[in-house]
Write a protein that binds this ligand. Structure first.
Ligand SMILES: [Ca+2]
Length: 235
């Protein structure tokens, strides 16, 4: 991978925290309830929002409730995407790492920019297709993703553009602004970082990581509703 010096444009939201700053999660109200998998559109002044709900308690491996996705959301305001994920319990300031998460925990949003292709390689091992574990075809055909990670010491967040992998180049990693507030994980990135496509599929995942990215050691914990949901949101 190679890192981009570009840092995400930040909306003027008081809850946002720079990606290199310590986090102090605080409780918030519970997530909105509704039928699992529903996609709704909330449209106001220059704001588009897509919301997808997911059941509580559908995580394997005895995973913690703070890895259980219950609501996923993306909004676009101007040239900026705001990503939110509600989980079933507040995320601790120092989340404990289960054996399947010896190297960390990840909350992420995946973007499928081209439904006919999927880049091979990072962060997945080409050819790995073991059920329940990551594989190029199973877990993430998306060309772009944003993830908030806990490695046992610190939280970080980054956007990963996997499109260069199509031509044998390295993926592009860019730090992004994020926050954790109780049950809500939020990340912000400029649409230009993804090429600002008019339409795409998006979805959320949580995962355990027991080895470094690219090793056959990831376990998917939860998928927020359908693997991919339409953007722009359906009306
Ligand atoms: Ca869930």
């Amino acid at each position: 991978m190679r890192c981009s010096p570009l840092v995400a444009t930040v909306l003027s939201l008081p809850s946002l925290i720079g990606c290199d700053k310590p986090l102090t999660p605080t409780p918030t109200s519970g997530p909105s309830q509704g039928p699992a998998g529903a996609v709704t559109l909330l449209q106001g002044s220059a704001l588009e929002t897509s919301v997808v709900l997911d059941p509580v308690g559908d995580v394997p491996f005895g995973a913690a409730p703070f890895q259980d996705i219950v609501r996923s959301e993306i909004s676009k305001e101007g040239g900026t995407y705001v990503l939110r994920m509600h989980v079933a319990a507040p995320i601790p300031e120092h989340p404990p790492l289960a054996p399947t998460a010896a190297s960390g925990i990840v909350w992420f949003w995946v973007f499928n920019l081209d439904t006919t292709t999927g880049p091979p390689g990072y962060p997945f091992v080409p050819g790995l297709a073991e059920p329940g574990k990551f594989s190029p075809g199973l877990a993430t055909p998306g060309e772009f993703f944003v993830q908030v990670s806990w490695d046992g010491t610190a939280f970080t967040a980054r956007a990963v553009d996997r499109r260069p992998l199509f031509s044998g180049q390295e993926d592009i990693v860019t730090p992004v602004t994020f926050s954790i507030d109780g049950e809500v994980v939020e990340a912000v990135f400029p649409a230009a970082l993804m090429g600002d496509p008019a339409s795409f599929g998006w979805g959320t995942r949580t995962a355990d990581r027991s080895g470094p990215p690219g090793s056959p050691s990831g376990h998917r914990i939860d998928v927020g509703g359908a693997s991919f949901n339409p953007w722009p949101p359906v009306q």
